[in-house]
Each structure stands twice: as structure tokens, then as C-alpha cells.
Design a protein. Structure first.
Length: 638
């Protein structure tokens, strides 16, 4: 026979027993009970009253049925004589107590007959009603204060309990919210971090310094004051910090920069002081500040000027890291994806001495990251991590983790025992193209979408520098009515002018196909035109890819309005140069569009054949596209 324990029961061996009801709660309940008792006594002491009309009241006085009355503004409260009580209780039921008092209301007009009538019949007249007993009046006077004190004691007790549990007191705003990680409770180590080997080497050196500082100090080496992890979102900055917490044999404190700021002035700086003071007591120690740009932005900038509380917090961080006093053996580790907005005082030697850049992983790194994330995922024999890594160019570590999870979810939905290659393909399409959605397109709209996507596909297939085609579909995904997918053969770090122009031609292919087939264009090319114009502006203004303007490197499209640096600085090019840039962008766009239209006119047979097949099949792979276009080439030659 087994017994089940309810949620409020306490096991005999529990390390965290449930606290008993505090005395403040008992005091509060006692005060409430006293208040209810007073109300009950006040109600019980009041005799039952009989409501009378004013005319009935005067008749009762004339018949000597009233012994006394109390006049209170328009209300008249009085007592019956014995004969009055018997007369006015005759219409009540037998189980009701006879009414010995009555209540009536005087008319708004003064009645000169009332007082003589009362005096004539010897009725006692009182000006105010009789009060409560003195002890009830005393309780009524002090009860609100008792309840207020009880409430204050309850809040104070809650604050004390929170302090005893490590949560901070009611007024404990200045305490740091940094959380301490312990090596024995951390499940992330450097073995769980892949694809960033250079960053791991840098971090391993720092961990070795903390473990064996004598080996470094004998050659005069000192530990860096700070290490800044820089990289796009999802590249493993926070993961690397968690791995350090699991590897280091020293206290590790972690906090988000936004946790320093509160609604109270000076709290952020006080929390910084408390955090560093706690770390120095347990030195050597590590402090990790995530999203450093939340408090580390350049001081005195932005549309609205500086933020005093944030700047005070930043000043305190600067002082603690390398101020007047020397602090050793406390290493500050910080992460940000916006190094361009950080204050220059943070990045100087003596503060953040070392910067570790984490970029999006290359092919081999992606394969290593996938190998880490599939450790607990049963894979089918047809899964090749190398091929998946080759098809996920541009994915960050977080994207790859999400890819593995989406593939596993797909396998669960299809009741599979293992995750196969098709699950990874569907997961990749879901992440890149978006989720399929139901959109009821008319046959005319569906045909227009097919020609639009086939225009992209023809240009991507025939342009020599364009990225290879992967898939074409006219099934709506995300916000798009159709998608033409291209996958680069390899990771690119630099782009040639010919590659960029072929890329723009692919963008303009959909709009050009609509113009050829229908003689007009639709709104479907809005995003294509936006991306093509943005790319051309960078080519002409930043990369000097214009024979007319020459090798100019201007900050076109690089303004950070909310940073405020460009707001007060004069523009580095004139209005005439801006007009030339705009004219060159328009000229090159028109030239590239004309070349795209001419090319699609020459390959109209390929366009029609591919659109016809896509309308029938809705989704086509690169192999199927190649087969259709080759057949059309053979038919044209024959």
C-alpha cells in the first residue's frame, strides 16, 4: 500500500522545508476578526426599527404611543411606549421580535405643529442619537491603525523572508543581481562548443592563467582585465561563456547588462560596485556581462542626448575595471553584437584588452557544430552531415541547432524512429523559405507567380556568375507568393562586380518576365527592387564600382541615426555628388533591366516551357529544372 503526498505536505528528508505561517499573518487575521466582531456587535445592539410614514408618526404621538424621539436633520428616530409597541407589531408574524423603535422622515417644509404636539404629549426630545459604548468607540477609533500596522508588518516579514532565501530585501535595490555559476552544476563545457576553434584557444589560455597563474607570472605576463566577445547573433558568444563557467575552477558570475538599470537613479552604479566587490572577495574570479551594448553605448550621443543613469553605470564599470585603485585577478568577460556603438573608453587597453571575433561558421565548422547537436538524435543511414553543412551556407550555430530540432520534430510528426535526410530537407526549407501557408490564388494570379519565379530561375540558370539554382516553387511560403532558391557552391568572403551584377539581374528577372508576358508589371517585385537598389547603392557609394564616379568610398547607407555620431558631423559629399550617385544608380538599374529583358526575350521558349511545368508541378528541384531546359535546347537545335 502506497501513500501519495499532497502539494502542502512535507517529506521528512526535505532540505528546504516549507516555512510556517508567520506571526504577521496571525496578527492580520486577528485584526480582521476584531473588525468583524465590532460590526456584529454594533448590528446586534441596534434594536429593530419600524418604518413609519410622517402622518402615522403624528397620529402615534397624539395617541400617546411614543415615549421619546431623536431629531437628526430630516430623520426622526424614536421609541414606542408599550401600547405603541403592541399597536405597531400586530401586523408582524409571530416569529418576529416586536419593534420597539421606529424611523420616519420629516417633509422638506417645516411643520410648526410638531414641537407643540410632542410637548403636549410629554414626549422626550433628544437632539442627537445615543452613541455606542465607550469600549466600542475605542475599538472603532484604533482599528484602522491596527490594520495599517498589520499590513506594514506583513510587508516587512515578506522582505525578511526574501532576504533569508537569498532574494534580497524590500529596499535591497543596490545589491547586484549577478548569478553565480558552479562548475559542478554546469553541464556545458568546451567539448560542447564547436566551429570556433580560434576563440576556444584564446579562452583556453585565459582558463590556464586562472588555474596556474605562476606559469605566466614568472615571465612577467599579467592576466587581461577584460575579454570582449564580438559577433553576429547566434554565433556562440553566450554558449562560450557557459562553457567557461563549466571549465574554470574559479567563481563565475553572470549578468545581463540591462539588469543594472532600474527606475531609481544610482542603482546601476551601486550594483556594479557590489558585483565587483563580491568578485574581489573570491578572487580569482570571472564576471560575464551579456549584451554589453545595453549600458556601454557611447556617452553623450543619440537623438535625445545622453542617458544619465546608463552613463553613470558605464562610468562605474570603467572605474572598476581600470580606475585609480588596482584590482587584480578579476577578469571581465562581455558579449555584444554591436561593437560599433560601444564607448571608446571601454575598448582601450587596460579595460577590454582582448577582442575575440566570432563569425558565422564555414563549411567544416558547420559540420562540426551539427555533429555536436545530433549527439542525442538518432540518425538514419542516409543522413550526411557534410552535405547538410554544404547546403546551409550562412547559418549560424543557433540556426544549425534549430535545424536539427526542426528535423527531429518533423520525424516525430511522421512517426519515424530515426531522423532521415528528407526530414533535414523539410526543416531547411521551413527555415529558409518559411512555413507553407494556404493562399487561394486565382488561375491568373497563379500563372503570374509562375512566370515571375521562372524569370528569376532562367536568369539564375544562365548567368555565369550567379549562384546555382536549388529549388523553385509557387506554393506560398511566409510572406512570399513563390520562392526561387539559390545556394552558393562555397562560402564567399569577397564579391566581384560581375557576380554582383549577375545577382541584380536575377533579382530583376521576375519583373522582366512579367513585362514580357503581360506587357505590364505587378506589385510582386517590390522586395526585388528594394534589394537591387540597396545593393547598387553600396556598389557605387561604398565599393567604387562605377566608371562614371570612380573609386569613391563614401559612407552611403551606413548612418546610425540613434547613435548620433553622423547627426552633428557634416556630410562628406556634396549635394551635387549625391545627385550623381542617385543618377548613376538609376542609370545602372535601367541598363541591367534592359539586359535582363533582352535575355529573357531571347530565351522565351525556355521561360514558357518552365512556367508550364511549374504550373503543373508547383515545386521543382534543380535537377528537374536542368532537365526541362536541356530538352528545350535540344528541341530548338532540332
Amino acid at each position: 500500500m502506497t501513500s501519495q503526498q499532497g502539494p502542502d505536505q512535507q517529506k521528512p528528508g526535505d532540505s528546504n522545508p516549507q516555512p510556517a505561517i508567520p506571526n504577521q499573518f496571525a496578527f492580520l487575521w486577528l485584526s480582521a476578526a476584531i473588525f468583524l466582531m465590532v460590526l456584529w456587535m454594533q448590528d446586534s445592539n441596534q434594536p429593530r426599527q419600524q418604518d413609519l410614514a410622517y402622518s402615522e408618526f403624528k397620529t402615534a404621538v397624539a395617541q400617546n404611543q411614543v415615549s421619546e424621539v431623536t431629531l437628526k436633520s430630516e430623520d426622526i428616530i424614536g421609541k414606542f411606549t408599550d401600547s405603541g409597541t403592541a399597536a405597531f407589531s400586530s401586523d408582524q408574524t409571530s416569529n418576529q421580535k416586536p419593534a420597539t423603535t421606529f424611523h420616519t422622515i420629516r417633509p422638506p417644509m417645516d411643520d410648526p405643529e410638531l414641537l407643540p404636539l410632542l410637548e403636549k404629549n410629554s414626549v422626550t426630545i433628544r437632539a442627537t442619537p445615543s452613541g455606542l459604548p465607550w469600549w466600542q468607540e475605542l475599538i472603532r477609533g484604533f482599528l484602522p491603525w491596527i490594520l495599517l500596522l498589520a499590513l506594514m508588518f506583513w510587508f516587512w516579514g515578506a522582505a525578511q523572508r526574501r532576504m533569508s532565501q537569498g532574494g534580497g530585501g524590500l529596499f535591497d535595490y543596490a545589491k547586484s543581481k549577478a548569478r553565480r555559476a558552479r562548475k559542478e552544476t554546469s553541464h556545458t563545457t568546451l567539448d560542447n562548443v564547436a566551429g570556433i576553434e580560434s576563440a576556444k584557444r584564446e579562452i583556453t589560455e585565459i582558463i590556464d592563467f586562472l588555474k596556474t597563474p605562476e606559469r605566466f607570472r614568472r615571465l612577467g605576463a599579467v592576466m587581461p582585465k577584460g575579454v570582449l566577445l564580438v559577433g553576429p547573433p547566434g554565433t556562440g558568444k553566450t554558449l562560450l561563456a557557459r562553457a567557461i563557467a563549466g571549465e574554470a575552477d574559479v567563481p563565475f558570475f553572470s549578468i545581463s547588462a540591462s539588469e543594472f538599470i532600474e527606475m531609481f537613479v544610482g542603482v546601476g552604479a551601486a550594483r556594479v560596485r557590489d558585483m565587483f566587490q563580491t568578485a574581489r572577495k573570491e578572487a580569482p574570479a570571472l564576471i560575464f556581462i551579456d549584451e554589453l551594448d545595453a549600458v556601454g553605448r557611447s556617452r553623450g550621443t543619440g537623438l535625445g542626448g545622453g542617458h544619465d543613469e546608463r552613463e553613470q553605470t558605464l562610468n562605474q564599470i570603467l572605474t572598476e575595471m581600470d580606475g585609480f585603485e588596482e584590482h587584480e585577478n578579476v577578469l571581465v568577460l562581455a558579449a555584444t553584437n554591436r561593437p560599433d556603438v560601444l564607448d571608446s573608453a571601454l575598448l582601450r587597453p587596460g579595460r577590454f584588452d582582448r577582442t575575440i571575433t566570432l563569425d558565422r561558421p564555414h563549411k567544416d565548422a558547420r559540420e562540426a557544430i551539427l555533429a555536436v547537436h545530433v549527439r542525442n538524435t538518432p540518425l538514419a543511414d542516409d543522413v550526411n552531415l557534410g552535405q547538410i553543412a554544404a547546403r546551409t551556407i550562412g547559418f549560424s550555430g543557433a540556426d544549425l541547432k534549430n535545424l536539427v530540432n526542426e528535423a527531429a520534430l518533423t520525424a516525430v510528426r511522421e512517426n519515424k524512429d530515426k531522423v532521415d535526410a528528407r526530414c533535414f530537407d523539410e526543416a531547411r526549407d521551413r527555415l529558409i523559405l518559411g512555413e507553407e501557408r494556404d493562399a487561394k490564388l486565382t488561375p491568373e494570379e497563379k500563372e503570374a507567380v509562375a512566370y515571375h519565379e521562372c524569370g528569376h530561375a532562367i536568369m539564375a540558370y544562365f548567368m555565369p556568375k550567379a549562384d546555382p539554382l536549388t529549388k523553385i516553387t509557387i506554393i506560398p511560403h511566409g510572406m512570399a507568393m513563390g520562392v526561387t532558391e539559390q545556394t552558393p557552391k562555397e562560402d564567399r568572403y569577397t564579391f566581384t562586380e560581375s557576380y554582383l551584377k549577375d545577382r541584380i539581374k536575377v533579382m530583376l528577372g521576375g519583373r522582366s518576365a512579367e513585362k514580357i508576358v503581360y506587357g505590364e508589371v505587378s506589385t510582386g517585385a517590390q522586395n526585388d527592387l528594394k534589394e537591387a537598389t540597396k545593393l547598387l547603392r553600396k556598389m557605387i557609394g561604398q565599393w567604387g564600382m562605377s566608371e562614371k564616379l570612380g573609386p569613391l568610398g563614401l559612407s552611403v547607407g551606413e548612418e546610425h541615426v540613434f547613435l548620433g555620431r553622423e547627426m552633428g558631423a557634416p556630410r562628406e559629399f556634396s549635394e551635387k555628388m549625391a545627385e550623381l550617385i542617385d543618377g548613376e544608380i538609376q542609370s545602372q538599374l535601367l541598363e541591367l533591366e534592359k539586359a535582363t529583358v533582352d535575355f529573357l526575350n531571347e530565351h522565351r521558349n525556355h521561360l514558357d516551357a518552365l512556367a508550364k511545368r511549374v504550373l503543373k508541378q508547383e515545386t521543382m528541384s534543380a535537377e528537374e529544372i536542368d532537365e526541362i531546359l536541356r530538352k528545350e535546347d535540344a528541341r530548338a537545335i532540332a
